[in-house]
Design a protein around this ligand. Structure first.
Ligand SMILES: NC(=O)c1ccc[n+]([C@@H]2O[C@H](COP(=O)([O-])OP(=O)(O)OC[C@H]3O[C@@H](n4cnc5c(N)ncnc54)[C@H](OP(=O)(O)O)[C@@H]3O)[C@@H](O)[C@H]2O)c1
Length: 270
């Protein structure tokens, strides 16, 4: 029941109509009996939207494409990890002070740590965009031995320099023999879901394979990895983790993860 005490959370992005955040968070608020509501706003006017968040006393909000980088310089405070990543996906309004966080980084690391320890592991991180950047800094914190591979080589080099890790060419992936492969490119994502970022030969040493893509839930890469006998982590785990961390930042309570999983799986199956 919404009333004058309802705490407001939003999503700011463009486009937002396919987002499953509203279904996931509203179900979680209902389940935990919290008087919160989550609304999606399709906006290209970030400055005005931020003024509205403050002026209307929103408790917090998610930030998505195309605002994750631009918002960093517009917030009152930014958490140190988000400041390194130079991207914010979650904001908390602390009595009129807008504080930015990046929950993608910890989410990816926690999803991986559910299956494997990261310290000293040889990781091939594919991609050098926003998701890769968040994951690369998280891997550095965990003392993994990360090498970045990207279609556009210059971007791999530039990200590796910012993070303080290695970079290499895609053609060298097979001989690199990673213990963990993370796909942080958009290859395999719907509607182009028939492709994989790697040749199956790369999987012959049975690395753990983590695909950040979660539409479809089981990507071609994850299918290849299962066939090759590799352990796998799906993008769904990262998505749920980042959502659970957002929930905690806004409400101070632990998220109802199993319910959130059910809702997300149902929404993705539509
Ligand atoms: N599970 C989660 O919670 C979660 C969170 C965030 C993002 N994601 C997913 O992560 C993926 C990447 O998102 P992003 O924000 O990092 O996107 P982005 O910033 O646009 O980066 C895209 C990356 O994919 C590479 N790429 C695109 N098409 C390619 C192709 N045909 N062949 C080889 N490389 C290609 C790009 O390489 P170039 O540099 O050469 O263009 C770049 O490295 C998306 O599918 C997104 O949905 C998942």
């Amino acid at each position: 029941m919404l009333d004058s005490k309802t705490k407001l959370i939003s999503l700011l992005g463009h486009p937002v109509e396919h987002s499953i955040g509203p279904a996931m968070h509203n179900a979680a608020f209902k389940e935990t009996g919290l008087n919160f509501v989550y609304l999606a706003f399709d906006t290209t006017h970030l400055n005005t939207a931020l003024a509205a968040m403050k002026g209307l006393n929103f408790r917090g909000f998610s930030v998505t494409i195309p605002h994750k980088q631009k918002i960093v310089e517009l917030l009152d405070r930014v958490d140190p990890l988000a400041a390194k990543i130079l991207a914010v996906n979650t904001v908390v309004n602390e009595n009129g002070v807008l504080v930015g966080y990046n929950t993608d980084s910890d989410a990816a690391i926690n999803a991986l740590k559910g299956k494997i320890s990261l310290s000293g592991k040889k990781v091939a991180l594919l991609g050098a965009g926003g998701a890769s950047r968040a994951i690369a800094f998280g891997l550095q914190q965990e003392k993994a031995l990360t090498t970045i591979f990207n279609r556009t080589f210059e971007k791999a080099k530039s990200l590796a320099k910012a993070v303080g890790c290695e970079y290499s060419q895609f053609e060298k992936l097979e001989s690199f023999k990673p213990e963990i492969i993370i796909n942080a490119t958009s290859v395999g994502m719907s509607p182009k879901s028939a492709s994989s970022p790697v040749d199956k030969r790369v999987l012959k040493n049975k690395p753990l394979v983590f695909d950040v893509v979660y539409t479809p839930l089981e990507t071609v890469l994850l299918k290849q990895a299962k066939t090759a006998g590799c352990e796998t982590v799906s993008g769904l785990e990262m998505f749920l983790e980042q959502g659970a961390e957002q929930f905690k930042l806004w409400t101070g309570q632990d998220a109802p993860r199993e319910l959130m999983r059910e809702v997300v799986e149902r929404e993705l199956a539509k």
